[in-house]
Design a protein around this ligand. Structure first.
Ligand SMILES: Cc1cc2nc3c(=O)[nH]c(=O)nc-3n(C[C@H](O)[C@H](O)[C@H](O)COP(=O)(O)OP(=O)(O)OC[C@H]3O[C@@H](n4cnc5c(N)ncnc54)[C@H](O)[C@@H]3O)c2cc1C
Length: 397
């Protein structure tokens, strides 16, 4: 039996959090090297495969475990506390999987593909961002062409996280050559059905291990691999919510680990001089309250999505879209002051690399949150809705 299969067999009866904790231990061990070298977190992703975490969202009858968005967000946070890049790879894979689970169940090809993902623990990547369009994911320039049973697509995909390491890419395009820019489809292309020519190198401040290079994508595949629903529906009913919630899970994890390091620093100081409160103690109490606000925000968003999933009208409502946008804005903005606060507590030991209290990687990774679909773009979208949508003032959820 291979080590990976033995690990999976041993862990099969364990809960998701236990399995994720084992992956996190491996991810954490390599996090600094992944960051410094800007390399793919291969050890962590192999561990996700060994623990069969890549298929947890898939329905049981297709070989998965039917994990809920709340359970998956918790795993994003567990992984985010160890290595933000590994956690983001996991989150992005699960976001792509949500499109298949929520919108592919009626298609034979996509059901078979889910079975294959579960069997082979395939890793899915996403290509929505496009040269000339940027992060405006509800518009495309490129168009898919269908000839007979085959579809063809060429896209200037300026950011595809772990594009070179994925087993399949889910990619947006206009639905045909004459379609409006917002008339889009989402298509699955398997690794042997596309070529990637690297056009942009991912040499960034943070999230370096996501290896989000830009590529010229050229694909050819059976047309049955185009998801049967318009991308507009996929985005509104599952992708935007799952993106904002699972990204927020990762970001919460980064901030939670920063606060844990600050707490360890204060405790160590308290042990050194018993009876004298350490200087960072009050700041620690303050930052703990900020972290709780982020947690409450994410938890409320998860609850709103779980409830809305059973109600198509609610899922398509402005109230729901505003709420999900607000989760993203708040969590992406609040983690920065939290990590900064933790840095003030740890002082030079937080600023330095290679100490148990180092926070440089956390701070750099956290800066990606506001850009990952620009907050300005999201605020612009919310502000348009607020012109007509009545603000929610209830505490009842
Ligand atoms: C770690 C990471 C991983 C990523 N992985 C992927 C991936 O796997 N696949 C993928 O497709 N993409 C990915 N992206 C891309 C990401 O989701 C965004 O699409 C991209 O970062 C947006 O780039 P941009 O800021 O240049 O573009 P834009 O969104 O075009 O924004 C440019 C600037 O213009 C301003 N702006 C633009 N539109 C508006 C507006 N309507 N209102 C107000 N201001 C506006 C904003 O201030 C913004 O800073 C990733 C990004 C990050 C950070």
């Amino acid at each position: 039996m291979s080590a990976a299969i033995a690990l999976a067999a041993a862990g099969a009866s364990d809960g998701l959090a236990t399995r994720a904790a084992r992956v996190a231990a491996i991810a954490g061990k390599h996090a600094d090297a992944v960051d410094a070298e800007g390399r793919f977190p291969r050890e962590a992703v192999e561990a996700m495969r060994a623990e069969r975490l890549l298929s947890i969202q898939i329905p049981v009858e297709l070989g998965g475990e039917a994990a809920s968005i709340t359970q998956i967000a918790e795993l994003c946070s567990i992984l985010g506390q160890a290595c933000a890049a590994s956690a983001m790879v996991f989150a992005m894979h699960q976001i792509k999987l949500s499109s298949l689970v929520e919108h592919g169940a009626g298609s034979d090809w996509h059901r078979d593909f889910m079975r294959r993902i579960a069997r082979e623990q395939l890793l899915l990547a996403s290509a929505t961002t496009e040269g000339g369009i940027g992060g405006n994911l509800r518009n495309s320039i490129c168009a898919i062409t269908v000839e007979g049973d085959t579809c063809f697509l060429e896209k200037d995909a300026t950011v595809i996280s772990y594009g070179a390491h994925a087993d399949a890419i889910l990619i947006t395009s206009r639905s045909h050559a004459d379609a409006a820019s917002s008339d889009q489809v989402l298509t699955v292309f398997l690794k042997d059905q596309y070529r990637l020519e690297r056009t942009v190198e991912w040499n960034t401040l943070g999230m370096r291990g996501t290896c989000s290079d830009g590529f010229l994508f050229k694909g050819e595949a059976p047309a049955a691999q185009i998801l049967p629903k318009p991308f507009a529906e996929i985005a509104a009913q599952s992708m935007l919510a799952s993106s904002h919630l699972l990204w927020s899970g990762v970001w919460y994890g980064i901030a939670a680990d920063a606060v844990a390091r600050a707490q360890a620093f204060v405790r160590a100081a308290a042990r050194k001089s018993p009876g004298t409160p350490p200087p960072g103690a009050l700041r620690l109490a303050e930052v703990s309250s900020l972290l709780q606000m982020v947690k409450s925000n994410v938890v409320a968003g998860l609850k709103a999505y779980e409830e809305a999933k059973a109600d198509a009208d609610r899922l398509s409502s402005m109230a729901f879209a505003v709420a999900m946008n607000n989760v993203k804005i708040a969590s992406s903005e609040m983690i920065l002051p939290i990590i900064n606060h933790a840095m003030l507590i740890c002082g030079i030991m937080g600023y330095k690399n290679g100490t148990p209290y180092s926070l440089g990687r956390h701070l750099r990774d956290a800066h990606s949150a506001q850009l990952m679909i620009s907050n300005d773009r999201i605020l612009g979208n919310t502000s348009t809705m607020l012109l007509v949508h009545k603000q929610d003032t209830s505490l009842l959820g």
